[in-house]
Design a protein around this ligand. Structure first.
Ligand code: ADP
Ligand code: MG
Length: 365
């Protein structure tokens, strides 16, 4: 399966109602759901570019609709042992945080709280269906990557070292060393932890001069299903990337230069990885930034959904085009759908579970 790339056009904000909109969602076949984004050529407005995606959501799309069509269908796979990665990409102000985190009101809740809610509901059902034989445990980790350094958002800012946490590779996955993991029994627990950590994010911001739009935020939800002495673990990751705007065009002061360079670099490396994978290169430059190492597009097993957030305004024209270009190339990336293996807390008995043989497919056929 390839990376699913979906585009979402945000509505105009109250203060923008008099502004010109230049981005449209359209179906390529009449009567079908929209899958094209159309935008004028900035050099010749009589001409239009169109970019095709797996699906395109227009301004009227609700949080519920986006979650129900793009994310909820993958819960089943998550519980079968596949890792699921959802990341929001786009220029600052296009709706990444709105899409991932959303507002506090029920209808405004974003992908992340809905995902957690879905996980708990499914966990409960599995417990019930197995007569409590299978137990489902959920843990959370949450960190940000800022200036190519990893900071644990469950640690209070005072306890963090400026150098950040190290990455290492284990079983083909990139792991953040010493990242804390919090048990999270229900949605109430989640909301408390999540709000606390997001506050840490803004506090850290003052200390480190970061703004949320300048760091990548990674939430990892580990789902552990235990049946007797066997255990199946899979992870859902939800990532709110830093703004993809071209910082050379925005007027950044000197103090922002280091930040800008590293944001530009990680997002630039991401686009290079996308291109290298698309070309079928042997060497993909994942290791050139922490964000791309962690994201490991096309390398991580499971399901990857890229949400491209777009603002319909003319003032975003060039940045919108550049993010459309990057993300439309990401569609071609193939992802291996390999389930995580069942592990045994004790050596398996001869009569034990036999669901461990999993065929490995090559990355590229
Ligand atoms: P980003 O995280 O990409 O910088 P935000 O999520 O902060 O962007 O969105 C910018 C503004 O637009 C916020 O005020 C947000 O509430 C609003 N917004 C974004 N998407 C939507 C949407 N689909 N519906 C309503 N308001 C939205
Ligand atoms: Mg944001």
């Amino acid at each position: 399966m390839s990376v699913q790339v979906v585009a979402r056009i945000r509505p105009l904000l109250d203060k923008e109602l008099d502004k010109d909109t230049i981005v449209r969602a359209e179906p390529s076949v009449e009567g079908q759901p929209a899958n094209l984004v159309r935008i004028p050529n900035p050099k010749n407005e009589a001409e239009e570019f169109s970019f095709a995606f797996n699906s395109v959501y227009d301004m009227a799309t609700s949080q519920e609709e986006l979650y129900a069509t793009e994310v909820a269908p993958h819960l089943k796979s998550l519980f079968k042992g596949l890792d699921v990665t959802i990341f929001a990409y786009g220029v600052t102000g296009t709706g990444k945080t709105h899409t991932m985190r959303g507002g506090l009101k029920l209808a405004e809740r974003g992908v992340i709280p809905r995902l957690l809610s879905g996980i708990y509901r499914r966990g409960k059902k599995i417990r019930k269906d197995t007569n409590e034989e299978t137990q489902v445990t959920v843990t959370l980790s949450y960190y940000e990557i800022y200036n190519d350094k990893v900071y644990d958002l469950f640690e209070i800012p005072e306890k963090r070292t400026l150098a950040g946490l190290r990455l290492c590779e284990k079983d083909g996955k990139t792991i953040v060393v010493n990242l804390s993991e919090r048990p999270c029994a229900d949605l109430k627990d989640f909301e408390k932890l999540y709000i606390e950590a997001n506050n840490n994010r803004s506090t850290a911001g003052t200390k480190l001069n970061a703004e949320s739009s300048r760091s990548h935020a990674v939430l990892m939800v580990k789902v552990i299903q235990t049946t007797g002495d066997s255990c199946l673990t899979s992870t859902a990751s939800a990532i709110d990337l830093a703004g993809s705007e071209d910082n050379r065009r925005t007027e950044n002061g000197k103090e922002r230069m280091v930040e800008s360079a590293s944001i530009n670099k990680s997002l630039f490396v991401l686009s290079q990885c996308i291109d290298a994978i698309g070309r079928g290169d042997k060497r993909i430059p994942y290791r050139e930034s922490k964000m791309t190492r962690i994201l490991s597009l096309g390398q991580n097993n499971g399901i990857t959904i890229m949400i491209l957030n777009l603002a319909p305004l003319r003032s975003y024209h060039l940045d919108t085009l550049s993010s459309l270009n990057v993300s439309s190339r990401a569609k071609r990336i193939e992802v291996r759908e390999i389930e995580n293996e069942v592990v045994f807390t004790q050596p398996p008995r001869k009569t034990g579970l036999s669901g461990t043989s999993i065929s490995r497919q090559p990355l590229r056929p």
